[in-house]
Write a protein that binds this ligand. Sequence first.
Ligand SMILES: [Mg+2]
Length: 304
Amino acid sequence: MSSQESSDWNGAVVRNRQPLQPITTAVSAELKRLPGIKAVIFDVYGTLLVSGSGDVGSADDSDRGDWIAAAIDACGIAVGSGRIPTMDDLRREIQRSNQQRVSPSCPKPEVDIVAVWRRTLAGCGLEDPGDPKSAWTATCVRLAAEYESRANPTWPMPAAVETLQKLSRMGMRLGIVSNAQGFTLPLVEDLAGRFGVDSVFDANLCVFSNRYRQAKPGPRLFDVLCDGLRRAGMSPSDAIYVGNDRLNDVWAATQAGLRTAWFAGDRRSLRDRNDDPRVAGLDQDIILTRLEQLLDCIDDLSAD
Ligand SMILES: [Mg+2]
């Protein structure tokens, strides 16, 4: 799928969104200078984006059934003799996919959400066998994005665009490690420019879970990132990872040897994970309540 096709098919996540402001948390910022940072790697949902659920595809809300019907309608899928899938139908396919792939080397599988939707529709008698295969794929991609735009609406985090641009001008290499799907790309490109054209992100330092079919906090995505850092002449400790989730982000990045910033700027996505033994005694380097606070903690490499 080309970048242009991806934007067209996945465009609902940008097109359908409404302004969302972060909700202040009770957590205080803890800032200090962190010398020697050369790369800043970001989580996406709940960090660069205000996200209703704080993660990709993880809302648990009773409105979901209506969102499925609305998304199916928006894609012009004829229900005919089939039926509109329920939330349970979708959840079952997600669980089946994850159960099939979980293993010691893949402790946290990631679904291919388009394949999940394709199987869910087929199970409800909604696949049109007369459709050329590629047209049906496009329909399933669009359906995933239409549903996501309703179930997990997003809006750029305040100062996200400006902070990314300033970090880039400071000489920082910028990257992403994200639990993501195809529809995450247009959201990132809306913030940061198009990959291969004018993105502030270094594509070699961007790791999206759907491409590896593994998710945070499993180690695979950070292993891939660390390979990219080493190829760019950096060690993991030259990089800081910024994320809203103390398990998926702070713990996982710490395991990989990165420095860490916990983003605690929105109650919607605040994940202290205090019930998980892995974060007991875990310390992030800094706590941010606004993204731009990061600018005061790292050195301007362009000033040399
Ligand atoms: Mg997040």
